[in-house]
Design a protein around this ligand. Sequence first.
Ligand code: EPU
Length: 338
Amino acid sequence: MTILYNTSLKSYNTFGIDVSAKYFATIDTLISIQEIIRTKEYQSNERLILGGGSNILFTKNVDALVLKNNLKGIELIHENEDTVLVKCAAGEVWHQFVMWCIDKNYGGLENLSLIPGCVGASPMQNIGAYGVEIKDTFYELEAIHTSTGETRTFNKFECEFGYRESIFKRKLKNQYLITSVTFQLLKKQHYNIEYGAIKQELDVMNVSELSLKTISQAVINIRNSKLPNPNEIGNAGSFFKNPEVSQKIYETLKTNFSNIVAYPLDNSNYKLAAGWLIEQCGLKGFRKGEAGVHQKQALVLVNYGSATGNEIYDLSSYILESVKLKFGVDLEREVNIF
Ligand code: EPU
């Protein structure tokens, strides 16, 4: 276990922001976590745990010990006629894990193909796409308390999952290092293709028989057509959440903006498509210096090359103000700002 000093984080965040970490260490084994906890660099500094760095915007150098979670391993821990429990180490790349499951014909994660990041970060914000969230297949996770070093198992209920939310983003922020996540996956398939874009893409692909592979491929095609590849252009996926409003507010908005894109959540609330709101402000494809709003999906902010975190942050503030001014709706950032 080596602790590096003054390390660039440019290649450890998908926005590609060039800031440095005061201290930096990679966690490869459970034992190395206990070793790191005993060091003076750990005990006398703040800590930041990094997975794939795909949901973070750095706005300054990190005056902390950055721990890159690199724990690896996928294990089948239980199997019955209908389901399997698969335990995946937190440092595995999410998409590679999804591909592993599809290869074994374990269903449930195919709609979540190609989401950037690591497995350990997936429960943090309850990642979701195309009608599926990880809470749907989540079974439990193991984590280590960052002060005491004790191991704790969290079940689904204890994670307090919500839309892009969990207890690890709120009450227990920075208090646990997630070491593994266990998913309950299906051996007998139940496909979820209700999300409009998937059906359309399956038609375009001319798929005669549904399978985990074809659904995954449809999702990959949609994502590739709309979302920028972080290896080519820096971004962290959706920068904002889709805001929830009451039925009353929705109806007022609908009167003024008849083509507003919204989804009923329950009898009294609606979720608005933030991408639509931003686009209607004339900001889709907007660029200020090296920071911009993606041309094909206005919910995604991009780094055209050498943007600073503050330039991207300022652009996000401008978007918040513009949406508030035009629609009276408050957007909330989904990406963690550091
Ligand atoms: N729309 C626009 N203009 C835009 C973008 C979207 O008008 O620039 C409208 C379109 O009408 C579209 C609707 O908004 O039909 C919804 O767009 P999309 O299907 O692209 O989904 P989203 O609501 O913008 C959410 C997630 C994405 C996820 C997609 C697909 C959030 C914050 N984002 O985006 O997740 O891939 O649904 O399920 O919930 C991420 O979290 O990083 C992410 C990419």
